[in-house]
Design a binder for this molecule. Structure first.
Ligand SMILES: [Zn+2]
Ligand SMILES: [Zn+2]
Length: 115
């Protein structure tokens, strides 16, 4: 009888140990997940930053090289002799069609989600 009790209590503590370990593991997994989400968030946030003013893009405008800037910022980039502007990030020349109507609605949407 006494032996049984001891066995039960041993079992109990073993179960507790297993439970603790699995909880610790789960906590670690959760932390890992949170870290991952945070770093993805940061990546999205920095993707929303304008390469010219380094602020959140205002009326995002995507140039042919696929870089995106505020409409206002990109319209301030100086024009060369051939009427081209150079992308401030990759130096690819592009023609800016004014008025800036080719707004990047996807980025506007993401912006509204991330505030
Ligand atoms: Zn800008
Ligand atoms: Zn570019």
């Amino acid at each position: 009888m006494k032996r049984d009790l001891m066995q039960i209590s041993q079992e109990k503590s073993k179960m507790k140990e297993i439970y603790k370990t699995s909880r610790r593991k789960r906590d670690e997994e959760n932390k890992e997940l949170v870290r991952e989400i945070k770093s993805k968030n940061n990546a999205v946030e920095s993707a929303l930053l304008c390469g010219i003013c380094h602020d959140k893009m205002d009326r995002p405008y995507t140039v042919p090289c696929q870089h995106t800037f505020c409409a206002e910022c990109i319209s301030k980039v100086s024009i060369n002799e051939e009427n081209y502007r150079l992308c401030p990030l990759c130096r690819k020349p592009f023609l800016l069609t004014l008025p800036v109507t080719q707004q990047n609605t996807v980025i506007e949407e993401i912006k509204s989600i991330f505030g």
